[in-house]
Design a protein around this ligand. Structure first.
Ligand code: C2E
Ligand code: MG
Ligand code: MG
Ligand code: MG
Length: 287
């Protein structure tokens, strides 16, 4: 009996693993179809400048509704696409899609700026700067309209190659942010050797900023050190007004989070912008 129970629980465990494995195989298999069949779209989430209270940029975040599995979170499918060597498929689609969207917004009278997330293989791709400059040409965009977010772990996989790509993109006039800052192992000294303009403090330090003394300490010192090194600071995961006010008082440059807005589909953005009232934060200059 003991043995049977053991065997059964073992089988259940294996079943769960198999199910998970099967799902992963399905997702990898279906990536190409997702691109071809229009199952992907981009959601856009605003960032606000704490010195004006106004919107300065949107971050583009990928979304996938699988025909049978339903909504699949990017934290799941982006990682799978990276590990299976398929991320280029998604990055190419995303880049062209975002540039075309910026072109449409411009024709509607909105000169917007969008930050995109690069994966590790994008950031070491020596063809990326040329690819982006061709897209700028095709869609009549200026370098201030596109910014890049890269994680420290992506860059640290091959610092030399990443530095070369980022240097070229920086020289084209694109601003570069280190995403999820604080979750990796690199020092600010290492990061400063890269052509980086911004630090984006990971949301794990920001979500409970208003109640967790330790998070506040980490965020405060990151902002101070970052500013001393000439970097702009973005906080992601701002979920309430108390955290927004604290970040504003700490002179954090930009805020992003559900308190301002959740990621929205492209066709909701211009309407949302029309309705948006600049935030009243203590750091907002009074004219
Ligand atoms: P990320 O770039 O760090 O994006 C921030 C994540 O935090 C997004 O999750 C966003 O929806 C979420 N978020 C924003 N504000 C709040 C908030 O106030 N509270 C909470 N709890 N969460 C908030 P999402 O959209 O699920 O994306 C997850 C990750 O997937 C991204 O993290 C990014 O690393 C990756 N990703 C998304 N789109 C792309 C893409 O087009 N290309 C690549 N390479 N990666 C992408
Ligand atoms: Mg990001
Ligand atoms: Mg992040
Ligand atoms: Mg993240």
């Amino acid at each position: 009996d003991q043995a049977r129970r053991h065997r059964h629980s073992h089988e259940r465990y294996v079943d769960g693993q198999d199910e998970q494995h099967l799902r992963q195989l399905m997702l990898i298999r279906d990536l190409q179809e997702a691109v071809d069949n229009g199952e992907l779209w981009m959601a856009y989430q605003p960032k606000v400048d704490t010195t004006t209270g106004g919107v300065c940029q949107f971050e583009a975040l990928m979304r996938w509704r699988h025909p049978t599995l339903g909504f699949v979170p990017p934290d799941e499918f982006i990682g799978l696409a990276e590990r299976s060597g398929n991320i280029g498929l998604l990055s190419d689609w995303m880049l062209a899609h975002v540039c075309e969207q910026l072109y449409h917004w411009k024709r509607q009278g909105h000169h917007l700026s969008v930050a995109i997330n690069l994966s590790a293989s994008d950031v070491i791709d020596p063809g990326l700067p040329m690819h982006i400059s061709e897209l700028f040409e095709s869609y009549d965009l200026t370098p201030d309209q596109l910014a890049l977010e890269v994680t420290e772990s992506a860059v640290m996989q091959d610092v030399e190659a990443a530095t070369e790509t980022l240097m070229a993109l920086s020289q084209m006039g694109l601003k570069i942010a280190v995403d999820d800052y604080g979750t990796g192992y690199s020092s600010l000294a290492q990061i400063k050797r890269l052509p980086v303009d911004e630090l984006k403090i990971d949301k794990s330090f920001v979500l409970k900023l208003d109640t967790q003394q330790e998070d506040l300490t980490i965020v405060r010192s990151t902002i101070e050190m970052g500013h001393h090194l000439g970097l702009k600071i973005v906080a992601e995961g701002v979920e309430n007004s108390a955290s927004a006010e604290i970040l504003s008082q700490l002179r954090c440059d930009y805020l992003q989070g559900y308190w301002i807005a959740k990621p929205m589909p492209a066709d909701a953005i211009t309407g949302w912008l029309d309705e948006f009232k600049p935030l009243q934060l203590s750091a907002v200059a009074i004219n």
